[in-house]
Every structure is written in structure tokens, then in C-alpha cells.
Design a protein around this ligand. Structure first.
Ligand code: FAD
Ligand code: FES
Length: 287
């Protein structure tokens, strides 16, 4: 799709694409010093209707709006989760929200993972840092629909133990027979007893992957993507089976302003999830 084509409203355009709905904060959970998890409920418990990998625009009246990935699965439709890192003005105001407060929600926006394509296949998810937030939506989806998938492998890396997100989930996944889960940190502290090293150092813990039947999702910073994709391709997994979720500066989120443009595509409408083959043509996005 060209930039001009992308400027028309996305296929899923509906009222909440352009006009925010009032989302009610149900629960706030502190995950780390910088990240909080917000459980949000739309009016009348209306489902958000997203696919894993999509995002919403979260707005605070009089302050602004920012894109945040949906961190829970559509199989849990009563509410949805957003994991927000406090980095600036809008995210700072979001962090002050408490249960019962309302926040503007536009979306779901963007192009997520085509979960139908994953059905019946083995799945490997490699997540780094805050990438575990959008990855959690796919992970929950697979675990909720477990019989529809083959083997499920999950690798997650954070810079240090204090930055590990979703600790309750990590414990559950480690104990679950439904997922082959491995975890690492780049830098250990005195208490850390687990694996140390970047996320690619976990690849030797995977069993032999069936190249034609394995689908791979890579969700993390561009630098991680570059090295993970080398490991994946070295295992002869076809490029068409590899997907990546790309973060890019965004404003409108609906293909109107051009802030997210990489080469000739708008990441907000064609992404943030891309097939590896598409990404190779998007050099700017990986720099
Ligand atoms: C598709 C998508 C999904 C995202 N999902 C999440 C998520 O699940 N959780 C989350 O916490 N954040 C997520 N982000 C990043 C989030 O949108 C930004 O952190 C937010 O817009 C910052 O707004 P602010 O007003 O608080 O900060 P500002 O005051 O605008 O900026 C503060 C600092 O953050 C940097 N910054 C601003 N925007 C971005 C950005 N898009 N990427 C990286 N750095 C930025 C600025 O350079 C500055 O250093 C996502 C971004 C995109 C595009
Ligand atoms: S065109 Fe993508 S954020 Fe506006």
C-alpha cells in the first residue's frame, strides 16, 4: 500500500477510531518503578474487539494522547489491559489515574497478528523489554485457545531483574506445561539466580524447531530484532513465517499525519505488525 492509499480510513474504521470512548479504570497494578498496568473497561462492558498486536490511542483531556499496545487477549473481552511506562507528559498523567477514573480510548488501531495463520502451527515468541506488553496479548490468546496450537515456545529478556514485567505471569508460565518458557536478564544483581545474557543466548534451550511448521513473532526494540532474526533464519525458518512488531513515533494513529512514515508506508495503519519480508523493504524503520 502506498502512503496515499494509507491515508484513507483503515478497514476497521468505526466510531471509536476517531472519537474516543470513555474507558473506566478498573484496576491499577504497579509492575516496576516505571511501569504500571491498567485494566480498562469500556461503557456497558463493550468488548474492545481487537486482535493481538493492535494498539489504542489513550487520551487525557487537556493533556494529549499517546499510542499504547493492548496487553491482554481478545479471549478475555470484559476489559483490556494497558502496560504504561512513565516517560513524559501523557504517560505521567496516565500514571496518576486510579480505579474509577476515566480515560479516552480510540481504537483498536493498526494491523495486529493474524492469529488464524498461527492456528495449527508451532509458535515461537521472542519478547524483549516493554515488548512483553503486546506479546502478552498473543501469549494469553494461545494459552486460552491451547488445543488449536502445536508446540509453544516463549523467550523473554529484560535488561535487569528490576525491569522484569508481569512477574505473576512469569511464575505461571514457568510452571505451566502449556508453554516452554525461558527467561534472561542482560545484567544480574545479587539476588538473581536465573540465566544471564541477551535474549539470543536462550536459543540453545529450544528443542529442534520444525522450520516449515513454526511461526515466529519477535516483539522488542529494533536492535534485538536484528540479532533474533539471524538466529531464527539460521534454523531455516522461512521468512514468510517470521513476524515483527515495530514501534514508531505516532500522532494520529489512523494514516493521516505522516508521523509514523517509514519509507513509503504508514506504520500506524499497515503495522505495527509486519512480516519479515515486508520489513526488509522498510530499512528506515530498523535504523
Ligand atoms: C504502536 C505503539 C505502541 C506502543 N505501546 C506502548 C506500550 O504498550 N506501553 C508504553 O509505555 N509505551 C508504548 N508506546 C510508546 C508510547 O506511545 C510513548 O512512550 C508515549 O507516546 C510517550 O508520551 P509522553 O507524552 O508521556 O512522552 P513525551 O513527553 O512525548 O516524550 C517523553 C520521552 O519519550 C520519548 N518518546 C515519545 N514517544 C515515543 C515513542 N513512540 N517511542 C519511544 N519513545 C518515545 C520522547 O523522545 C521523550 O524522550 C507505544 C508506541 C507505539 C507507536
Ligand atoms: S499517519 Fe501514522 S501516526 Fe499519523
Amino acid at each position: 500500500m502506498t502512503v496515499l492509499e494509507a491515508a484513507s480510513p483503515p478497514a476497521h474504521a468505526g466510531d471509536s477510531t476517531y472519537i474516543p470512548l470513555a474507558g473506566m479504570v478498573r484496576r491499577v497494578t504497579k509492575l516496576t518503578a516505571l511501569e504500571q498496568l491498567f485494566e480498562i473497561r469500556l461503557p456497558n462492558g463493550r468488548p474492545l474487539g481487537h486482535s493481538p498486536g493492535q494498539f489504542v490511542q489513550v487520551s487525557i483531556m487537556g493533556v494529549g494522547e499517546c499510542p499504547i499496545s493492548i496487553a491482554s487477549s481478545p479471549t478475555r473481552p470484559d476489559s483490556f489491559d494497558l502496560c504504561v511506562r512513565r516517560v513524559g507528559e501523557v504517560t505521567g498523567f496516565i500514571h496518576r489515574l486510579r480505579p474509577g477514573d476515566t480515560v479516552g480510548i480510540r481504537g483498536p488501531l493498526g494491523h495486529g497478528f493474524d492469529v488464524d495463520e498461527l492456528h495449527g502451527r508451532d509458535v515461537l515468541i521472542v519478547a524483549g523489554g516493554l515488548g512483553l506488553a503486546p506479546a502478552r496479548s498473543v501469549i494469553q490468546y494461545i494459552l486460552d485457545e491451547r488445543p488449536r496450537f502445536g508446540q509453544f515456545h516463549l523467550l523473554y529478556g529484560a535488561r535487569e531483574p528490576a525491569e522484569l514485567l508481569f512477574r505473576d505471569d512469569l511464575t505461571r508460565w514457568r510452571q505451566s506445561p502449556d508453554v516452554n518458557f525461558h527467561l534472561t536478564v542482560d545484567r544480574a544483581d545479587e539476588q538473581w539466580r536465573g540465566h544471564t545474557g541477551v535474549v539470543t543466548t536462550l536459543f540453545h534451550r529450544l528443542p529442534r524447531l520444525d522450520p516449515d511448521n513454526t511461526m515466529v513473532a519477535i516483539i522488542g526494540p529494533p536492535i534485538m530484532f536484528k540479532f533474533v532474526v539471524l538466529e531464527v533464519l539460521a534454523r531455516r525458518i522461512p521468512q514468510k513465517n517470521v513476524f515483527c512488531s515495530l514501534e514508531r513515533r505516532m500522532k494520529c494513529g489512523v494514516g493521516k499525519c505522516g508521523h509514523c512514515q517509514a519509507n513509503n508506508v504508514y506504520v500506524c495503519t499497515e503495522g505495527p505488525v509486519f512480516r519479515y519480508g515486508q520489513l526488509k523493504a522498510l530499512r528506515e524503520a530498523l535504523e
